[in-house]
Design a protein around this ligand. Structure first.
Ligand code: ARG
Length: 562
């Protein structure tokens, strides 16, 4: 139900100088809800009509009646309106119960494809906290897009190619141990990589060797290819364990290497457009007019580059997925890179590059310092997730020792806590990482949401079988009204989250709903057989449906008991 448009429709019958859109944009939500559900300030009209706004408000308030509006009153220059709680809540709750988990769905994206490039870790390197952010944000955005009707293509653009493989092969051949790599591939490969960087300081020849190995790899040399394949497979197995813990799936793992045979075409295109320029032996596309540094396309030794692979990937995705939008959920330090890629595509006449959007995000901080994976300060994400699950298990043990399936609930709570903590923060802000804070059952946390929802479920179980599918009367108390109005905003919040590519809007909304519901729960005896019993149960059901669907969109698991 759209309160604003209901109100503006009635207003527009009396205001002929303003359009519906203008009226909509003037309408406000009063800070204090005892002043009404919506307010129309009369200042704009006053200027136009050269009349006192107070007088206009007075006159207007007398004309506004009907439909769902129960009462209009003038307070100074404002017309405040109150909706009929019983009528509106009945309609809203019936709509939720009727639609069940498709409540909140919209059709803006129907028939359109959206590509989301997210997670995209680098082979043979630990899954960093930055990749965690990309994974969690990308997954949430994909779910939100689906709720808006889009068809999603989730792509993991693995960092499985590049000069670092030359270094790795060199290091492995010199100091590597096959058994160790097989046992803990990423840890071992990282050690080799770090060792290479230590040694190269005193032995620059290693750099030359590494470059040769990478060249060999690009040319399909068998030994190099075998080693590369092996590193890739072993790393993927480790990443897959993390994705399983997080419950995240992809439609494609086509990483950088996938574009090896697709780059020549890009280079030909660039040549045909006379865009390639030689610069210090390398080939670049100049982007001076965009105030950007030149985009490196090909190195002096012929080796291809990150940007070239992204150009090839952009064409591939456009041709194969016919995307309406193509999102890149990648840290903000790659902002220039994506501007360059889009700039080059624009120069090639590919105007669809405007549909490519870089979705940047801030860093994880620990005690004010960047949480990093380089040089020993390694934080293994898998350990973080496991620690979260253990802590969650302890908390659950203390709260509800007789709970069944404690382990799987601890998994849902531990992992959910990390996901929620990430998403409730505005995407571009840095986040302070504190497991303790994430895991409390109070405050703005994942466990708080899950717990609120589980409690609502447990009351529902007690009222078993009594959710009406067609409520005759709604609720008219102020506590339930606050909850009903929030439930009613679900679809609008989802759309806003999608338009701004900000899962935090949805996350904050869910907290708001949970808090408001808990306030209601503290005031109203839900299971008491009052006249509005049916409506109370419908409200309970509606809240669980919205919380559940909302948490699922964020990528959390939703236990019905805790
Ligand atoms: N592997 C890259 C990194 O870890 C991220 C890749 C992002 N996607 C892309 N199409 N460039 O920094």
């Amino acid at each position: 139900m759209n309160f604003k448009s209901t109100f503006s429709e009635i207003l527009s019958e009396h205001l002929h100088t303003l359009t519906r859109e203008q009226i909509m944009s003037i309408i406000e939500v009063p800070k204090n809800q005892t002043h009404g559900d919506l307010a129309f300030p009369c200042f704009t009209l006053a200027k136009e009509l050269r009349k006192s706004p107070t007088l206009i408000a007075q006159e207007l308030s007398e004309k506004i009646t009907g439909g769902l509006i129960e009462k209009a009153e003038a307070v100074g220059p404002y017309v405040n309106v109150f909706f009929s709680k019983a009528e509106a809540s009945k309609d809203i709750l019936n709509a939720v119960i009727k639609n069940q988990d498709s409540y909140g769905n919209s059709t803006n994206g129907t028939g359109k494809n959206i590509v989301l490039d997210f997670s995209s870790p680098n082979i043979a390197k630990p899954f960093s906290m930055g990749h965690l952010r990309s994974t969690v944000i990308g997954n949430a955005l994909a779910n939100i897009a689906e709720k808006c009707g889009y068809n999603t293509i989730r792509v993991n653009h693995l960092g499985d190619w590049g000069t670092q493989f030359g270094k790795l092969i060199t290091a492995y051949k010199k100091w590597g141990d096959a058994d160790k790599v097989a046992q803990s591939p990423i840890e071992e490969l990282l050690k080799l990589y770090v060792h290479f960087h230590e040694e190269v300081e005193s032995d620059p020849q290693l750099e030359v060797e590494a470059r040769q190995w990478f060249k060999a790899l690009e040319e399909g040399n068998e030994e190099a290819t075998e080693l590369w394949k092996w590193f890739r497979e072993e790393s993927l197995k480790e990443f897959q364990r993390i994705y399983d813990l997080l419950g995240i799936e992809f439609n494609s793992f086509n990483g950088e290497a996938f574009y090896n045979d697709k780059m020549e075409k890009v280079i030909e295109k660039l040549e045909a457009h006379h865009l390639l320029e030689e610069s210090e032996g390398a080939y670049v596309v100049r982007l001076d007019e965009n105030n950007l540094p030149p985009c490196l396309i090909k190195k002096s030794d012929g080796a291809s580059l990150y940007a070239t692979r992204d150009l090839a990937a952009a064409y591939y995705r456009y041709e194969n997925y016919q995307f309406d939008k193509s999102l890149y959920i990648v840290g903000q330090e790659q902002g220039v890179h994506f501007q360059q890629v889009k700039g080059v595509l624009k120069k090639l006449g590919s105007d669809w590059s405007d549909q490519m959007i870089h979705v940047p995000f801030g860093l994880y901080m620990k005690n004010g310092k960047k949480m990093s994976t380089r040089k020993g300060r390694v934080i293994l994400l898998e350990d973080v997730l496991k620690e979260a699950m253990e802590l969650a298990q302890k908390n659950i043990e203390a709260k509800n020792p007789n709970l069944e399936n404690k382990e799987s609930i601890a998994h849902a709570v531990g992992v959910g806590a990390i996901i929620f903590h990430d998403l409730k923060n505005d995407r571009t802000n840095n986040i302070e990482f504190s497991l303790e804070d994430m895991l409390t059952f109070e405050g703005e946390t994942g466990p708080y949401l899950q717990y609120t929802n589980a409690r609502a479920h447990s009351i529902l179980r007690k009222a078993e079988g009594s959710v009406a599918d067609d409520l005759k009367d709604g609720l008219s108390d102020l506590y339930s009204w606050e909850v009903v109005k929030l439930v009613n905003e679900f679809e609008a919040k989802i759309s806003k989250s999608f338009e701004t590519l900000s899962p935090s809007i949805l996350a904050k909304y869910l907290i708001d709903l949970a808090q408001t519901f808990n306030k209601y729960y503290g005031q109203v005896r839900i299971l008491e057989q009052t006249d509005d019993f049916q409506a109370k149960i419908s409200l309970l059901k509606a809240v669980t449906l919205v919380l559940t669907e909302g948490m699922k969109m964020l990528g959390m698991k939703v236990p019905e008991q805790m």
